[in-house]
Design a protein around this ligand. Sequence first.
Ligand SMILES: C[S@@+](CC[C@H](N)C(=O)[O-])C[C@H]1O[C@@H](n2cnc3c(N)ncnc32)[C@H](O)[C@@H]1O
Length: 297
Amino acid sequence: MSTEDTQACACSQVPVEQIEKAAVLAREGAKPEQLKGTRSGPEEKRLQGHWLLAKMGKRVLRPGGMEMTRRILTNAAPIPSDRIVEFGPGVGKTAELLLAAQPKKYWGVDVREDADNPLLDVLKGHEDAVLINADAKATGLEDGCATLVVGEAMLTMQSDADKMAIMREAFRIMAPGGRYALHEMGFRPEASEQVTGDVEKNLSRTIKVGARPLTLAGWEKLLRGAGFEVEYCTTNKMALLEIRRVIADEGLRGFLKFVFNVTRNPAARKRVLAMRKTFRANQQFICAVGFVAVKPA
Ligand SMILES: C[S@@+](CC[C@H](N)C(=O)[O-])C[C@H]1O[C@@H](n2cnc3c(N)ncnc32)[C@H](O)[C@@H]1O
């Protein structure tokens, strides 16, 4: 079947009204986000896993939860004299913690630009906090401008080459003695190479974005390769969608809101349950890993 045939088949499954609505919006010069949900059924079917969870009201989108974020930040110890860069701040849950330290400057760097992002509310009221719409590989920030760089659940979705490019960018924008705090998905040491390949495929298929965790040793090797010295590391269970963790991360009210939103949206419910099933099926091989690395003075 040719590409065109495939497209025609996909189109034939979309209700005519939806195609007409998309055509009208496109003719009127609508922005891509206004066309959401018109490509092939509800956008909940296609959204990357973390944005689907965020759309359902979840604000903590990293594998080791707030519990591990706190541990990492206790070690990275943000203080008022810090100039902080956060890579991939998502909807701003960690930005809240970082801004509570009243740093001199905060830059969030995210590839996604979304006028409804709750992060923008978090930044409001902090004169020296800005969001830059850029790739963490090339932030456009000056050499040595930061004393603390933080990144959570944003490297795992990159290839090894891009992981390294982002770490090198963290190194470049950091002043000597600066700290790099990371929180990512990891493979347990007992996961064989054959297993890790299968797990990556299963995770990526379900969350609809590449998932490429590394072992603790693998992450450390990359950090050293980028020039950092690892000062602290920690691990936690990967329990992003387990009830106990969701309540711990979002609070009871946030948990109920999330469950309410997911329950009344069949497409989202199907995806979220599939994600949880895949996480559970691979539980024995995956975990959350955290580091604080330092740029030598
Ligand atoms: C899984 S979410 C994690 C959000 C947040 N850090 C958290 O832990 O709750 C990944 C975030 O990284 C951003 N992101 C992905 N690749 C990026 C890149 N190359 N540069 C900057 N941001 C990126 C995404 O847009 C998203 O906001």
